[in-house]
Design a protein around this ligand. Sequence first.
Ligand code: ADP
Length: 483
Amino acid sequence: MSRQITSVVGGSTVTGGDAHADLNPSDLSDVVLEYGGVDASAAKAALEAAAAAFPLWSRTTPWERSTVLDKAGSEVLARADELGDLLAREEGKTLPEAKGEVVRAGQILKYFAGAALQPHGHLLDSVRPGVEVSVTREPIGVVSVITPWNFPIAIPAWKIAPALAYGNSVVFKPAELVPGSAWELVDILNRAGLPAGALNLVLGRGSVVGPVLTTDPLVNGVTFTGSVGTGRGILDADAPLGRKVQLELGGKNPLVIVDDADLATAVEVLVQGGFGSTGQRCTASSFAVVTDAIHDRLVAAVQERLSRWTVGDARAAGIEMGPVVDPSQLAQDLRYLDVARSEGGEVHGGEVLELGTAGHYLSPALVLGTKSSDTINREEVFGPVVSVIRVADYDEALATANASTMNLSAGVVTTDLATATHFRRSSKAGMVMVNLPTAGVDFHVPFGGRGDSSHGPREQGFAAIDFFTTSKTAYTAPGSPRN
Ligand code: ADP
C-alpha cells in the first residue's frame, strides 16, 4: 500500500474523503502517495480553526514567529535531497530543478524569519500641537493560500512564510497533483512550533473546497496562483465582499533577441527560459522575438542545442527535461501545437515520446514562422513550446514584445547597453531580464506582473508585507498640559 497523507485542521488529521492517488508523471505505475480529498465542511472547519488561532498567533512576539520560521527553514534545507526527490517524483521536474526549488523554499522561510524582526512602523508628530501619530502594520487575519502544481513547495513557502511572519493564520489548499510536498511543508512548520490552527492544510478539489476558502465570511484575504479562469472567478466572487485578493495568473513572456546579441548567450537564455522545468513556469519564455540578421543563425543554433536535449524520467541522472505533469496538460500542449500549424506555424519537435516507463513525455517544440497575432503568441501554453516571430529591427521587436497582455516577465539579449537600458525602461512587464532567462527570480525582491498577469500587491521579498498586513494610523492627544 502507498503512503497515506491527510488534511490537517486545528493540529489534527482529517480522515475520510474521496480517494486520490498522487501519480508520478515519469512513471504512471508509481503511486507516490494517497489521500482523501475533503469536502466543504472540512474547509469550513479549517477556517474556524484558523480564526480561533488568530488571536494567539497574532499576539506572539516577532522573535517567536521568527524562531518558528527559522527552524522550519533549517529543516527544509537539511532535507533538501529527500524533499527534492519527492518533488521531482510527484511533479516531474528534474532532480536538480526540484532540489533547487526546495532550497529556495528554505531560503524563503529564512528570509521571512528575518523579516519578522524588521521595524515596520513610523512615529511622527501631528500637524496639531502635542498630538502624536503612529503608523503601524497589523496582520489581516485569516488568509486562504491557494497554489498551483508547478512549484509545489516554493510557491506555498512564498505565500505562507510572510503570512505567518506578519501574524496571520492560514488555510492552505495546494493543487491536487502535488499534495506530498505541501504536506511536508505544513508538517515541518507545525513541528517547528506553530500553535494548533495557525496553519491548516486542506487537501481537496478546488471546485469543492475553493469556493468556501474564497467566499466564507471568516476569510480576510485570499492569495492565489493559478489559471486565469479560476483567478478571475475568485476576483468576481470576492469583489462584492471587499476583502484583500492577490492573484498571480501566469504570463505570456517575450524574449527579444537582437542582431548584436552574443549567439551562445542567446541560445542558452532561450533554451533555459523556454524549456526549463518542461516550460511549466509562469515566467517561461514562451515566445522569442528575433531580429532579421540574427534569426537564421539563432534558429540553427537552437535546433542544434535541442537535438542534444535529453528528455526522460525526472529522477534519472543527466536528464535536462522531465515529463509534462499530467494528461490534460499534455493534451493542452498538443492542442496549441495543432492550432499553431493551422495558423501557418512550422512546428519542429513537439512529439510524444515513448520511453522506458509510461510517462507524459513530450520533446521540446520550436514553432517557426509565426505572427504576433497567432494564438500561440497570445495564450499561455504552459509546456515545452517556444514560438519564434521574425521582425525587422529592435523597434518592431519591442512593439511585438509589448503586444502581450500577460506581462509577467520579459527578456532581451543584447551586447548594447543603450538597447538593454531602453528595453528595461520600455517593457510593459513587471519583471525584466537582460541577458538572463525570463524565468529565474530572487526571493528578496518583488515578484509579479502587469496587465492580465497579476492583481493586487506584489509577492515576495520586501513587497510581501503590503498584502499580508494592513496599516493603522493612530492619533494620540497630549496628556494634561504640564507647566
Ligand atoms: P492550474 O491547475 O492550471 O494551475 P487552476 O486555476 O485550475 O490552475 O488551479 C490552481 C489552484 O486553484 C489549485 O489549487 C486548484 O485546486 C484551485 N482551484 C480550482 N478551482 C477553484 C475554485 N473554484 N476556487 C478556488 N480555488 C480553485
